[in-house]
Write a protein that binds this ligand. Structure first.
Ligand SMILES: [Zn+2]
Length: 153
């Protein structure tokens, strides 16, 4: 995906939906296969994983992106479902580098606070958000290393 410092094509709608001015938030937007970063915030690896999921949902295509954004703005249930997938991808990305159980749990709680927070209209509880993002994603360090045969260690 390419990242550009510019407002996305759906800036006006998104601005209204997310109440960006009121909440004073710096956010990024995916449209097609491009990440728009109008506030020039640091785009971390896990944020890219989040936005890559949105690109996939939009089939990496600008026409699909237009339709996706229209539904995203109009349909709160669709919005939360799509975001839950994106936050889940983000959390999985975090777990690739964060192996400490408590640190993973902290990250999961932080992501759940975002998904259940004002930017998405406080439309799910924190507990529900935790489940949507974290269920099935283990908080234990991954077992990959243990599966390597002894001879290779
Ligand atoms: Zn998102």
């Amino acid at each position: 995906m390419k990242i550009i410092i510019a407002k996305p094509p759906i800036w006006d709608e998104a601005n209204k939906l997310f109440r960006l001015k009121e909440l004073g938030l710096g956010v990024i937007f995916t449209y097609g296969d491009t990440i728009y970063n109008p506030f020039n915030i640091p785009v971390t690896r896990d944020l890219v994983a989040h936005e890559e999921k949105h690109a996939e949902q939009q089939q990496h295509d600008e026409t699909c992106a237009g339709l996706w954004w229209k539904r995203y703005v109009e349909d709160p249930a669709f919005r939360i479902e799509q975001e839950a997938q994106a936050y889940r991808a983000q959390f999985k990305c975090i777990c690739k580098t964060v192996k400490d159980r408590n640190n993973r749990a902290r990250n999961l709680h932080m992501l759940a606070s975002q998904l259940s927070g004002p930017i998405y209209g406080n439309s799910v509880t924190h507990t529900a958000a935790l489940q949507m993002i974290g269920s099935g994603v283990t908080l234990e360090p991954d077992q990959a290393r243990k599966e390597v045969p002894n001879a290779l260690q």
